[in-house]
Design a protein around this ligand. Structure first.
Ligand code: HEC
Ligand SMILES: [Cu+2]
Length: 316
């Protein structure tokens, strides 16, 4: 039986072993204490009104025992924890650095060669990775259960995570700091791939990803991007108002802006809304909404934007 998530980094077995140790100590202690408690209740039950409690002041042997054993256990746990924490917070040599930016309610990743991804982190297997993380707005927390790593992201300050993935596959990334309305949509994936595949991906020949879409209708691709790129956090497709306007029947509709002007929602309008969501006091904001939509410049390719537009057209 598997009690814990997949173990996919060098830390995972270490964290699991100390968790196991602490669990065993706790379980043994609770059984011991509970058993003694029940046993003594019966053994020392007052049997007649004349029974007198013996005036025992202390027992040096017992007292030493129950002081020394727990102290040793605590020291062992501390040393284990300290050694692992030290490894966890030490920057590995030749670490591959990836910049992580969290914002309500998505993750973006920037790689050393200028590549950027959105809600999808790509890392090579068996290579020390260092994430340099920051938040654009409120507190977030980066958590990959399979790697057993978690760290808060804080505005105006960098925080870090180091890990070495040991298993190929796709694992979940969660935000574990409540960060507002769509916090629960702030999920992403980390793809651990072989060094060869990584080099291919890095050099832009990510044939796999593009091919997955090769014989899919653009509107279907758009539908997938709607959730994988995090639009779902702010835009509904059923007409419900969220942080952003619903996409229901958006295409061809007259949009009214806070500055009193208006525009027809055609292909160009939608593309511009995705690439240049305007900010500032004189911004052309859709009436009733705030300037919170992040720009997807560099994060969505032209063909992806086209796919999203095609998808929006299908939401009647
Ligand atoms: C953090 C919330 C948020 C996320 C995430 C977000 N948007 Fe938006 N979006 C908004 C808000 C708020 C508006 C309305 C204000 C404005 O005009 O910028 C908006 C407006 C739009 C519009 C114009 C809609 C209209 O009714 O006129 C389009 C198109 C759009 N977003 C597309 C996208 C796409 C595509 C994604 C995902 C790749 C996305 N948005 C992700 C908040 C968000
Ligand atoms: Cu968050």
């Amino acid at each position: 039986m598997n009690w814990l998530p997949t173990s996919a980094s060098t830390f995972a077995p270490q964290v699991d072993s100390i968790l196991f140790l602490v669990t065993i100590i706790s379980v043994v202690s609770i059984i011991l204490v509970s058993f003694m408690l029940i046993y003594f209740v019966f053994k020392y039950k007052r049997k007649s009104v004349n029974d007198q409690t013996p005036a025992i002041t202390h027992d040096s042997f017992l007292e030493t025992l129950w002081t020394v054993i727990p102290t040793i256990l605590c020291i062992v746990i501390f040393i284990y924890g300290y050694v692992y924490y030290d490894r966890y917070t030490t920057t590995p040599k030749d670490a591959y650095e990836i910049n992580v930016t969290a914002r309500r309610w998505s993750w973006s990743f920037a790689y050393p060669n200028g590549k950027k991804t959105f809600n999808e982190l790509y890392v090579p297997i068996n290579k020390p990775i260092r994430l340099v993380m920051q938040s654009d707005d409120v507190l977030h927390s980066f958590f990959v259960p399979a790697f057993r790593v978690k760290q808060d992201l804080i505005g105006n300050r960098y925080t870090f995570i180091n890990f070495t993935p040991t298993k190929e596959g796709v694992f979940d990334i969660y935000c574990t700091e409540y960060c507002g309305l769509s916090h629960s949509d702030m999920i992403a994936k980390v793809h651990v791939v072989s060094e060869f595949e990584y080099a291919k991906w890095e050099s832009g020949e990510e044939a796999k990803v593009e091919n997955a879409y090769a014989d899919m209708a653009p509107s279907k691709v758009g539908e997938q991007l709607y959730s994988s790129k995090g639009c779902v956090a702010c835009h509904s497709i059923d007409g419900a108002n969220g942080v952003g306007p619903s996409w229901k029947a958006l295409y061809g509709k007259k949009r009214e802006f806070t500055d009193g002007s208006s525009e027809l929602a055609d292909e160009n309008y939608i593309k511009n809304s995705i690439l240049y969501p305007v900010k500032g006091p004189d911004a052309k904001l859709v009436k009733g909404y705030g300037p919170v939509m992040p720009s997807y410049q560099g994060l969505l390719s032209d063909s992806e934007i086209t796919a999203i537009i095609e998808y929006i057209k299908t939401i009647k």
